[in-house]
Design a protein around this ligand. Structure first.
Ligand code: ZN
Length: 202
């Protein structure tokens, strides 16, 4: 059995990677790696906790919480998706922390463009045209929170154009590129924080 166990872990390791470095977003991540009828992310989390598959736990927790509370609570049979109170507590605590981070970092990305950003268009809202900036900011925050529902999308690649659609409220190309770099940093930061937010460091 130990040989079978390590063989199975090897097979899913890439889908539940331990680090952000070298992560290939085109690969099947999370429960999609199992193929067939895709298991519920809470069932996967239960299995990994039970099997002490430690390196995969940060990602397994993230996959379980990213669609929000309804998904996290699972469905009532099958029992394989039912989480123990202890796991549930850790998951919800982590979800709240990630949602806060998502909101905080989105605010920061919009309101504190880094020094490398130089507007290439005179009408770019980030040049400080206050009503326009305020409106763009509000819309972007609304769209980020709407699309995350009660879960989080913090590890997902989100270009500014995906987030705001259309002409992006007139943000210039330099700003769009700056957002892209900034968002990559945010994902990295969120990834690094997973073990902490889910209480996996003892
Ligand atoms: Zn600009």
């Amino acid at each position: 059995m130990p040989a079978v166990r390590s063989y199975l872990f090897e097979a899913v390791r890439d889908a539940y990677p331990e680090t952000f470095e070298g992560l290939d977003p085109s690969k099947a991540l999370g429960e999609r790696v199992f193929g067939g009828p895709t298991p519920h992310p809470s069932a996967v989390l239960n299995l990994f906790v039970q099997q002490k598959f430690m390196s995969a736990l940060p990602m397994a927790y993230y996959m379980a919480v990213r669609r929000g509370l309804d998904s996290l609570m699972g469905v009532c049979p099958p029992t394989s998706t039912r989480l123990s109170p202890e796991i549930l507590r850790a998951a919800i605590r982590g979800l709240i922390a990630l949602r806060e981070m998502e909101l905080r970092e989105t605010h920061r990305l919009i309101l504190e463009p880094d020094a490398s950003h130089q507007c290439s268009s005179s009408t770019c809202p980030s040049r400080g045209a206050v009503p326009k900036m305020w409106e763009a900011h509000q819309n972007i925050i609304d769209r980020v929170t709407d699309s995350s529902g009660s879960g989080t999308k913090i590890l997902q690649i989100a270009s500014l154009r995906d987030v705001c659609g259309g002409d992006c409220y007139g943000f210039c190309e330099n700003y769009v590129q700056m957002w892209k770099r900034g968002h990559a940093e945010v994902r990295k930061k969120a990834w690094a924080a997973l073990p902490d937010v889910f209480g996996l460091r003892s």
